[in-house]
Design a protein. Sequence first.
Lengths: 130, 229
Amino acid sequence: MRFEARVEITHLPGILDPQGANVERALPALGFENVSQVKVGKSIRLVVDSADEASARAELHEMCRRLLANPVIEAYRIELTALDGDGAEPWPEAGRAERSSTVEHGDGAEPWPEAGRAERSSTVEDGAAV
Amino acid sequence: MSARVGIVVFPGSNCEHDVAWVVEQLGGNAELVWHADRDLRGVDAVVIPGGFAHGDYLRTGAIARFSPIMDAVAAHAAAGGPVVGICNGFQVLTEAHLLPGALQKNAGLKFLCETVEIRVESTSTALTNASRVGDTLNVPINHFEGNYVCDADTLAELHADERVVFRYTDNPNGSLDDIAGICNAGRNVVGLMPHPERASDRLLGSTDGVVLLESLLVAASNGALAASA
C-alpha cells in the first residue's frame, strides 16, 4: 500500500524555542495581541510504500527516531494518509477531505501536552497553495 | 614517530586545513580523511573539524552522522582513541551519540562570530591534559547552533563525573550551565564549540588554543605508545 506521510517536528516541552519566542514577540506589533504559545517547527512530507498502515507507521517512527527528529530536543507528530485507488497522487490541492487520516505522536513526545489532546477537536486543512 | 592525527572532511567542512596547519606546526602528522572512506588508516587521533557538514541540512550533524567514516570513528572512540569535535564537529558527535545532549540555536537567534573567554574545568581529557584547571583561554566562536542542552539526568551525570571540560565565563549563546565543551565517560572523546585552531598564532590574535591541540598530540602519542606496546 502507498501512503503519504506528513511529519511535524517541534521542540520538546521545556526546550527553548527562540524562533517561536521571537515570532510571539513580533505578532503584537501587527495588532495580534491575542497570540500565545507560538512554536516554530518543521514539516517533512514523504510517500512510503509499505505492507499496511501499521508497518508504514512503524517505519515512520523509526525514521523519526533515527534521522528526521532528534529525540533529545524534538518531538514529532506523524500524519498518515492512505493513497488508495489507482493513480492516487500525494498532496493534491483538492479532494483531501475524502480521504481518511490518522495522527500519531512519538513516545512521550507530544507537542501541546498541557491539555488532553484527545478531548480537543482538531482539523487538518491545507493552504491554498501547497 | 610523531603522532598521526586524522582530520575528517565532509562536504561542507571548512576548518580542516586550519587544524592540519596547527597539528603540523606542533610536530604532528596531519592527514585528511574523506567522509566516504571507511578506514581511518591507523591514525592515532581523530578531529572532526568545523564547517557545515552536508550543508547542515535537516539539523547540524544529522546527515554527517551517517557518513561511512563514522563507523570507524565510533570504533576508534570505543577503543579509547582520542576523538575531538570542534564546533560543527561537536554537533556531529552529539548526533552520533558519541557525546550526550544536543546543540540548538543560540538563545539570541544570532550567528555569533567573536572571541570569547572559556575556563578549563577538567584536565583529565584528550584535549586538556597539558592545561590547568581554572586556566582561562581566549578562543573564537563561530556558530548559530551552539546552545548546549541536555536533560536533567544527563547534566547530573556530567557534573558527577566532572565531564564539563570548558565553561564560558560570559555565556554568549544560552548554553545550559555555561557549557562550552564536554567529554564522554572515557574522557577520550571531547566536543567544544570554540575553535582552538583559530587561536594558535599571534597573527590570529591569540595563541590560547595551542595548549589544547598540544594536549591532543600528547593523547595521540600515548595512544600510539599503548598500541605499539
